[in-house]
Write a protein that binds this ligand. Structure first.
Ligand SMILES: *Cc1c(COP(=O)(O)O)cnc(C)c1O
Length: 216
């Protein structure tokens, strides 16, 4: 069996959602996975995402997993299913505004900074609390915060990676019990990539974003 089908089966058994990260991959490679029943694909650049949306089957569920600039939200608002990289109230406000124009609700994950590296995007806990406490939020009908996302430090130190994933799980649990107690839709922890998805699942991931391992 191919690595892809192996991982797909394993994740299905564990009830973990696979986001196939197709950035930089050509349409043919995506269609090959599509024909093997994969429907959720993740991209990190808006222009590439729009191009692929326009040329690939319409029942694909597209996730934006990379840093998103406010002025580009309008290009993906008509179709994007989930945005993993919400890291400010301003960005969430813009997503709500653009989704409203299309009469849609866009699922969003709050990206939390868990890595020690400076290069990784995301909010610290204070910023998350500020976002969730902001008064405007209750009026937002066109975004739904369904969970959190984080990226661990790129390192061979498995203990460090595990510690960072544990941190994200702790943040999720805290937010769940404070802001989303009755909200069953707040359930996603997007963590884990090709190199660290097994650790992520052990630490409570519900959604992994895997690219190189399944496309190479
Ligand atoms: C590229 C990317 C991934 C997938 O990385 P792989 O190591 O190829 O599995 C996951 N998440 C984000 C945010 C990415 O940019």
């Amino acid at each position: 069996m191919s690595i892809f089908l192996n991982i797909k089966t394993q994740l299905a058994n564990q009830k973990v959602t696979l986001v196939a990260v197709s950035k930089t991959r050509p349409n043919e490679a995506i269609l090959e996975k599509y024909e093997q029943e994969q429907r959720i694909f993740g991209e990190n650049r808006v222009q590439e995402l729009v191009q692929k949306y326009e040329t690939l089957p319409k029942d694909i569920e597209w996730h934006l997993i990379g840093h998103l600039q406010k002025n580009k939200v309008k290009f993906i608002a008509p179709f994007v299913k989930m945005i993993h990289s919400v890291e400010s109230t301003k960005l969430l406000t813009e997503i709500n505004k653009q989704a409203k124009k299309h009469n849609r609700v866009i699922d969003c994950l709050l990206q939390i900074k868990i890595a020690q590296e400076d290069s990784k995007f995301g909010m610290d806990e204070a910023a998350v609390l500020e976002l969730l406490n902001s008064e405007q939020l209750s009026g937002y009908q066109n975004v739904r915060i369904v969970g959190v996302m984080g990226m661990a430090t790129f390192t061979v130190d498995k203990n460090q990676v595990r510690t960072e994933f544990k941190r994200l799980k702790t943040v999720f649990d805290r937010l769940k019990s404070t802001f989303f107690v009755e909200k069953t839709y707040f359930k996603e922890i997007s963590m884990g990539m090709s190199g660290d998805y097994s650790i992520a699942i052990e630490e409570g991931s519900t959604m992994v974003r895997i690219g190189s391992l399944i496309f190479n």
